[in-house]
Write a protein that binds this ligand. Sequence first.
Ligand SMILES: Cc1cc2nc3c(=O)[nH]c(=O)nc-3n(C[C@H](O)[C@H](O)[C@H](O)COP(=O)(O)OP(=O)(O)OC[C@H]3O[C@@H](n4cnc5c(N)ncnc54)[C@H](O)[C@@H]3O)c2cc1C
Length: 381
Amino acid sequence: MALDPETFDALIDTVRRFVTERLRPLEGAVEEADAIPADVVQEMRELGLFGLSIAEEYGGLGLTMLEEAKVAIELGRTTPAFRSTFGTNVGIGSQGLVMAGNDAQKAAWLPKIASGEIITSFALTEPDVGSDSGAVKTRAVFDGQSYRLSGTKRYITNADKADLFTVMARTGDDPGARGVSAFLVPRDLAGVSIGEPEKKMGQKGAKVADVNFDDVVVPAENRLGAEGEGFKIAMRVLDRGRLHISAVCVGVAERLIADCVAYATERKQFGKPIAEHQLIQAMIADSKTESLVARALVLETAAAKDAGKDVVMESAAAKYYASEMVGRVADRAVQIFGGAGYIADYGIERLYRDVRLFRIYEGTSQIQQIIIARETIKRGG
Ligand SMILES: Cc1cc2nc3c(=O)[nH]c(=O)nc-3n(C[C@H](O)[C@H](O)[C@H](O)COP(=O)(O)OP(=O)(O)OC[C@H]3O[C@@H](n4cnc5c(N)ncnc54)[C@H](O)[C@@H]3O)c2cc1C
């Protein structure tokens, strides 16, 4: 159920101030240190950010998708790594449990996820399995009492600090998606080990690493849903995650546009602010128009999801459009800033690198195109 408008406005106002006054001044330091300061993480816990999407009965804020999208837009106005700190708890790391968990599983884990006491990660991708995610090779063999889990998961966000993984593993002989089941795997089970964080292009402060499972004994009660339902669960989780990521893309685009306007009105060439040159105005107009289109698509799709509509196609379209849009906006921002756009002090080149990821994870742009076309053809237009 939606929050009452006053409470929601107060939440938006608090998040906006936290982003502007607390997080934005730290962007450069986070990039340098490749880490989010512990006191900031604690403040995120106190603000309830780890539990945005988790029901109030488990200690979360229980936001609707539309409310979550609006908060995600605000969070997008700073280095995306800040959002990643709690992003897996809000999204892909918790939603399998929210959607398919039984009461005992939810009661055991959701309160700690919502409070940020523990971190969760989503482990689908493998060294040989990316876009074709129904082909997972990690195996979970039932021995009559427990599952014995073996395999490697790759590029797992927040793996370095995760206490709980939602792991997609093959339980059946079926080589396709129908043979995949989902499991809740605590980090402290014997045989779970985490690789070194990868060096990556952007989003410094957010870590990804391999997660290795070496004959890990996973209790049967840790399976999420029935055997063979794991792929379906993963796809539902990603459908929802795509809307959240699209909203973050809108936020980053709006931030970049504001930075461009501030710079272009200040910077003078040929005797006037560059904002008065029509070729600069054209770039601002294109960025503004595209970000407005993405905002409308994301919010309309989020509202439709809250109304119980099938939004598989629309979520994929939102992710596809918004992630490509913010790439174009970031590229124009570098251009509007000129040389300064390429120099680290201004932060534009950092956001340019940061936003590149949005076209890759939670389904690449090509995978979104495939989903959009498949669903459109299925619907007959
Ligand atoms: C920073 C980061 C964080 C991540 N976090 C997580 C996480 O928390 N959990 C998790 O499970 N995964 C995570 N991932 C993995 C991510 O979801 C995958 O990288 C992504 O799905 C693409 O898979 P891949 O890298 O194997 O590329 P591939 O699937 O090998 O794709 C390579 C290229 O081929 C294209 N391609 C593939 N199939 C087709 C097709 N049928 N038609 C046309 N083109 C195609 C792709 O679009 C891409 O351009 C993360 C990745 C990164 C980089």
